[in-house]
Design a protein around this ligand. Structure first.
Ligand SMILES: Cc1ncc(COP(=O)(O)O)c(C=O)c1O
Length: 370
């Protein structure tokens, strides 16, 4: 096919999967830039799909992929490659205790699917509460507790799905507060849940910062209270850190920053730096009980060597290039600029959160990328 034909026809063999696509074919991505087929160089403010936060094709990631080509790319799922051992060990050292054990998968949806299944198996319940505006993925369990968009037309979600109004102080979902959330949204939501519950509680799942639903930073202390409410009901607390781990908030994890350790944490996106890698991380007690009860999540690419090698190199890169600190610096800069804009634009709500939301995807790796 000629280049002209490619450009004219490139959509014809593709299923459209949501939203518009960029009008040109994209040829290359490097550092914080993307080049399209017309040669246009674009500053990639989205870090790919919010995954390549250490920069596209970072040399350490390329080296890890090459090393994997010389060792193993893929194995029988019952064989544990060295890179998986090393990545699980590296994660166990940086996650808040008593989180420790990892299951290495590929996508965020999958990691939340596995986390929710573990919570159901562990508690014996099936009721799951999510926060309004959340996005946890597209698979059965994960999609059921995703409320940001895309629910229409597919029939019912999982039985036992509940939603708490999101703690949005600027646009209070229960029209109660303005600029100061007093958690009435949580109180009302839990009262409604208690009324509807069939007595089979399993989990509360939350993004520490609700991302797709508008970058909503819950008020201080929100997750301490949510965790104690979960415990009162015998539910596990799951943090979905797809959008908050590995420096996105200036810390390894939102959980470490908030000082709230969930029973299960999921990480994805940024762990693979652009390669499909996700992890479910939990404590010994949850893992052991689930194992005893026959927990199975046996996929074709669970514990695959290639993505784990890349994950290891992402963690090493964050450490070696001091990206947590860099994220804090860039986050403060961004918050300052947004505060200026906020005084002129009502659309910009709660910038208080931006001090916390320290985006490292702006330009963390530009050497050799021009
Ligand atoms: C917070 C959060 N969780 C889960 C997912 C789903 O991840 P994936 O698209 O890798 O399945 C996303 C994706 O945007 C996300 O933002």
């Amino acid at each position: 096919m000629s280049v002209e034909d490619e450009q004219t026809n490139f959509r014809q063999n593709l299923i459209r999967y949501g939203g518009d696509t960029y009008p040109e074919i994209v040829d290359r991505a490097q550092g914080c830039y993307v080049w399209d087929s017309t040669g246009k160089k674009i500053l990639d403010f989205t870090s790919g799909q919010m995954c390549a936060t250490v920069g596209h094709s970072h040399p350490n990631i390329v080296a890890a992929i090459k090393k994997s080509c010389d060792t193993a790319l893929h194995l029988f799922s019952g064989m544990i490659p060295r890179s998986v051992v090393q990545l699980a060990d590296a994660l166990s050292r940086i996650v808040p205790k008593p989180l420790k054990r990892s299951l290495l998968l590929n996508t965020g949806s999958e990691s939340n699917e596995a986390a929710l299944k573990m919570a159901k198996l562990y508690t014996g319940g099936f009721e799951v509460i999510g926060l309004g505006g959340s996005w946890h993925g597209v698979t059965g369990n994960a999609g059921s507790v995703s409320f940001a968009s895309d629910r229409k037309g597919y029939g019912p979600g999982m039985p036992g799905t509940f939603v708490l109004p999101e703690p949005n102080a600027y646009r209070c979902p229960v029209r109660h507060c303005r600029d100061r959330c007093d958690r009435t949204c949580m109180t009302i939501g839990l009262e409604l849940y208690d009324m509807q519950s069939a007595g089979a509680p399993a989990a509360i799942i939350a993004e520490p910062v609700i991302s797709a639903g508008g970058v909503i930073v819950p008020p201080e202390g929100y997750f301490d209270v949510l965790q104690s409410e979960a415990r009162k009901r015998g539910m596990l607390l799951i943090f979905d850190e797809a959008q908050t781990a590995f420096g996105r908030l200036g810390h390894w994890f939102a959980a470490s920053h908030l000082k709230v350790t969930p029973d299960i944490m999921t990480v994805s996106k940024t762990l693979g730096g652009g390669m499909p890698l996700a992890a479910v991380i939990t404590n010994d007690a949850v893992e052991e009980t689930c194992h005893r009860r026959g927990f199975a999540f046996y996929t074709s690419h669970v514990s695959d060597p290639l993505p784990s090698s890349v994950g290891l190199s992402v963690l090493e890169t964050i450490e070696r290039e001091h990206l947590l600190q860099r994220s804090q610096e860039m986050g403060s800069y961004l918050a300052e600029r947004l505060r200026e804009l906020q005084s002129r634009h009502e659309e910009i709500g709660d910038v208080r959160g931006m001090g916390l939301l320290r985006g490292i995807e702006l330009d963390v790796w530009s050497s050799g990328s021009a």
